[in-house]
Design a protein. Structure first.
Length: 301
């Protein structure tokens, strides 16, 4: 009888242990060029059912679920999933998952801890980033192993629970993960103004150009567009406004080259008085100018 009681106790203990076994695999794919992130999760568990907060798994983000029969209770804001194993594919916006880091660059962190009632026997997470991303730092509040392969970061662990990740990364200006993407290709813009009939910039303008070049040299992929302009005031000399706008454009090109910009990054043009800034007064000083635009050069090499 005593042996039977012991065997029953051991059998009950084994059943209880098995009922708590669970593993999870999750992949975050940030490599898309649009604003979407694909998240794939696969959970295996011996629990008969799993309760998830709808705030953690908004149903409108779920692209695929298997098994797809779930019980949603809006009064308690929960979603109940059958036990065994299930797969889930979500589509989320990058802006929901990525924030600007105080260190500079960007930060991914899971705002909701990854946890169950008992520990995960095995856990594996992967983050796939675009090729233009440099992963600078990463951490987890639980023990485990991080590894990097190409543009992917992988974390594996055993017997863990209540996990929170932080991943810091940077990208060049052609990157696809910016929280506040630039609406156009322009990174920097600057304008130099001239007195009537003059085509050489002054010492104050030269200092502004020096500061501009310091900003440009930090960039990795860029082009500089230079465009010279005039007002519609006729010149007293035999020179035309076309010639004057060309001289102003050339003036700035030469200055940028002398300050260390390679000429292969510069494209120059001149427009006489056909592109005026001031609609009310075509003779206004706003039109005697050179516009400088530094733009992304993100073409595949």
């Amino acid at each position: 009888m005593r042996l039977l009681i012991v065997l029953c106790f051991v059998l009950t203990t084994i059943i209880n242990i098995q009922a708590q076994e669970q593993s999870i695999e999750t992949i975050y794919d940030f490599s898309s060029k649009n604003d979407s992130v694909l998240i794939y999760s696969h959970l295996e568990t011996s629990y008969p059912e799993i309760d998830k907060k709808l705030s953690e798994y908004p149903t409108n983000n779920i692209f695929y679920m298997s098994p797809n029969e779930v019980l949603i209770d809006h009064s308690s804001n929960t979603m109940t999933i059958e036990g065994g194993d299930y797969s889930l594919i979500e589509i989320r916006a990058k802006s929901e998952l990525i924030e600007t880091s105080a260190k500079g660059g960007f930060l991914f962190r899971n705002k909701v801890p990854i946890k169950m009632e008992t520990d995960f026997d095995l856990l594996a997470f992967m983050w796939i980033f675009p090729e233009d991303v440099d992963i600078s730092d990463y951490s987890c509040n639980s023990e485990g192993n991080f590894s990097k392969r190409n543009n992917a970061l992988i974390f594996t662990a055993k017997k863990v629970n209540d996990l929170q990740f932080k991943i810091f990364f940077n990208e060049n200006q052609c990157g696809t993960l910016r929280s506040h993407p630039i609406n156009s290709d322009t990174i920097i813009s600057h304008t130099i103004y001239y007195n009537s009939g003059i085509w050489k910039h002054n010492s104050k303008d030269q200092e502004e150009l020096r500061q501009l070049v310091n900003e440009i040299k930090i960039l990795k992929n860029y082009k500089i567009l230079i465009s010279g302009h005039t007002s519609k005031v006729p010149l007293k000399s035999n020179k035309t406004n076309w010639e004057l706008s060309a001289q102003r454009s050339t003036d700035i090109v030469n200055s940028l080259i002398n300050l260390g910009i390679n000429e292969k990054f510069i494209t120059a043009s001149f427009h006489s008085s056909i592109k005026t800034n001031s609609k009310n007064n075509n003779q206004d000083a706003q039109n005697r100018r050179v516009d400088i635009f530094v733009i992304n050069d993100c073409q595949e090499k």
